[in-house]
Structures are given as C-alpha cells and as structure tokens.
Design a protein around this ligand. Structure first.
Ligand code: AMP
Ligand code: MG
Length: 356
C-alpha cells in the first residue's frame, strides 16, 4: 500500500469515526430532548409543608398524582392534628386501651422506637406532650413553666409505647406519640418506591426539605441538593450531589418562635424538655433510607457535634454535614466526597472529618 492510499484510508476512517460520533451526539441530543419533554413538575401542600416533585417519565403527571394520593393516605393515618387519624385515636386511648394500627403506622412506631433507642433517647417518638406544651403542635407558641415540663417529662418515655402484634398501647394517660420527626422521611421512601414501581428512573422529590433523588438527572449528571444556610434563607452553604439517595436536614431555623427576645425552636432535647441547644444550627443526613435520614437528622441535632460524630463513627450507613453556631460546616468523609462547599456570601469555614 502506498502512502497516498494509507492517508486516504486514514482520512476515510476519521470521517467515518467523526460521522459516527456526530450521529451518536445527535441521538444523545434527541434522547435528552425527549427526556426534557417528559419532565413533569408539581408543587403541593401536605403534611403541613410544601412538597415539590420533578419526575421524568411520559406518564409523569399521573404518577405525581398517584404519589400525592399516597402522601395524603399517610397524612390521614399519621397526622397528630387530624382528629380522626390513627395516631390521634392512639393518643386519645393513652392509658385506656390498646389500638390496632395499620402497617404504615406500625412500621413508623417500630422504627422510631428502635432507631430512637439506638440514639440513646435523643430521638423520642413519645416526645409529643412536651412539643405540645411549647405550642408547636397547634402553632400557639409559648414558653412552658418548669413545673409544667417536670409534670410532662415522665410521660415521654418511649419504653412506655408498647408494641404487640400490630396493636399499640400507650401505658400512661397523657402520653402521646408524635411522628413529625420521621414521617416525611418515610413518605419520601414510599414515594420513591412508588415512582420506581411505575418505571421512573429519573426524579427528585422534596417533602418539606426531605429530599429523595431517584437515579440521575436526564443528562446523566447527579442531582444537586443545596445545603441551606441556616442564617440566611436566600443563601446556601454548598451543593450535595446524589444518586438514589435521601438528603434530610433538621435545624432550629426551620420552625421557631420568639419570646422576650429569645428564640425557641421545635427540636426538643428529651433530657431537658427544652429546645436542644448543643451548638448546632443544622444537621443534614445523606442516606439510602429517607426514614433513617429523617430520624438521624433530628437525633444528631439533639446530640450536638461531638456525640453526633461519635454516633457516625460507631454506626455506618449514613453520612452527615453539620453547621455549627461558631460558623463551621463540617462534613463526614463520605459526605465530603459528594459535597461542594460554596455559597454566595457566607462566612462559614469548611472542614472534613475522617472516620479514623
Ligand atoms: P425534624 O424536622 O425532622 O427534625 O423533626 C422535628 C419534629 O419532630 C418536631 O416538629 C416535633 O414534632 C418532633 N420532635 C421534636 N423533638 C423531637 C425529638 N427529640 N425526637 C423525636 N421527635 C421530635
Ligand atoms: Mg427528622
């Protein structure tokens, strides 16, 4: 073969290759366009919070309606403020009789109790009487007296929530369960499995800050979840990239009231009956389970940084990002791997903690 021929062949191969590449690019673009056309978005209000759905699927609108219906079904079972919910009936029967509950309520009470025990009581499904005393349940906020809290704290022992073959008994009159720290995470898991069951491979839902990302964005990149700046609702502290994961944040900034110039938030330290004050502004958990992430974000917020990190060291299966009152953003090793620390105008500093 002479040089001319070789060059001609090489050129032809290049053209062929580029042609292939172009066609591949075109096909990729066409696929992406198709996926964009299949992008369905909706916002609704349920479980006392705003919920957003982004679903990439040709039947996306209907699938979102189905997801909303499942969420309403859960709300009707689990709400502490709807008088006829299963949880309200259970609370009304405290000290009187055991109540048979449905599978969802059972799963949440059992998981809440077990995971809560693992957190040394920082997460307490029986905390309701104290949460109510602060007025967070009915949104009639006030600081309770120490005498009130002293009388209520003995009614918040999760060991007194007795679970037995789908029936639940709250042993003392005046006890009540509150699934506000776990239900939205569970709902996000349920929505994710409903979506996957309908063939959805790309979606992101946020149930009042309980985010679940299914698969990746239509273009193959990971979903990005902003880490809220607890000091500025218009800013953020960084971006968390996820694929098939839940991201849940708990923070005092999310729900609070002010009395005599002092702020009181909604996450109660079961040891004191007072809003947890352990130097944290927020805790974000990244996990495959939305329910676990929900429990742990609340629990680690109560524990504070040191005990929270210790819990992470001793228990696997999740990663965490802490924002402290002293202006630090601290990510566990695995969280660091999917976190980009940035923000428009924040004064926070960043560091990573190794598992050691
Ligand atoms: P979250 O927003 O997930 O951190 O949950 C906070 C909600 O859970 C509050 O609004 C209460 O309804 C409830 N809650 C407050 N303190 C606790 C606690 N220590 N353990 C379990 N649930 C709690
Ligand atoms: Mg929670």
């Amino acid at each position: 073969m002479n040089l001319k021929k070789i060059l001609a062949l090489a050129l032809a191969a290049t053209v062929l290759f580029t042609g292939c590449e172009n066609r591949r690019e075109e096909t990729k673009q066409a696929l992406e366009n198709q996926k964009m056309e299949n992008r369905h978005e909706a916002t609704s209000f349920a479980m006392d919070t705003i919920m957003t759905f982004t679903v990439i699927h040709e039947d996306g609108d209907q699938i979102i309606i189905d997801a909303e219906q499942r969420i309403r079904e859960l709300e009707n079972l689990l709400s502490i403020t709807l008088e006829n919910s299963e949880v309200s009936r259970l609370n009304a029967a405290a000290g009187k009789e055991a109540i048979e509950v449905s599978k969802d309520t059972w799963i949440l009470l059992e998981a809440g109790k077990n995971l809560g025990a693992g957190t040394g009581g920082a997460f307490d499904i029986a905390i309701s009487p104290v949460v109510k005393a602060w007025g967070f349940t009915e949104a009639e906020h006030h600081v309770p007296t120490q005498a009130e809290l002293d009388a209520l704290l003995p009614l918040t022992n999760p060991d007194d929530v007795v679970l037995d073959k789908m029936t639940v008994y709250l042993e003392k009159e005046g006890m009540a369960v509150d699934l506000g720290g776990i239900a939205k995470g569970y709902a996000s898991d349920e929505v994710a499995s409903l979506l996957k069951g309908k063939g959805v491979e790309s979606a992101i839902v946020s149930l009042g800050g309980n985010v679940f990302g299914i698969g990746t964005k239509p273009n193959g990149e990971k979903w990005e979840v902003a880490l809220a700046n607890p000091l500025d609702a218009n800013d953020y502290c960084g971006l968390i990239s996820i694929e098939d994961k839940a991201v849940v944040t708990s923070g005092g900034y999310q729900r609070f009231f002010e009395e005599n110039g002092k702020k009181y938030h909604h996450i109660i330290d079961p040891a004191t009956g007072y809003p947890a004050e352990n130097g944290l502004l927020s805790v974000t958990i990244i996990s495959e389970s939305g329910m676990e992430a929900d429990v742990l974000s609340t629990a680690l917020f109560v524990m504070g940084l040191e005990d929270g990190l210790k819990y992470w060291q001793e228990n696997g299966g999740f990663e965490a990002i802490f924002v402290t009152e002293t202006g630090e953003v601290i990510a566990t090793e695995g969280a660091d791997a999917c976190f980009t620390f940035e923000g428009r105008d924040n004064d926070f500093t960043y560091r990573m903690v190794e598992r050691g």
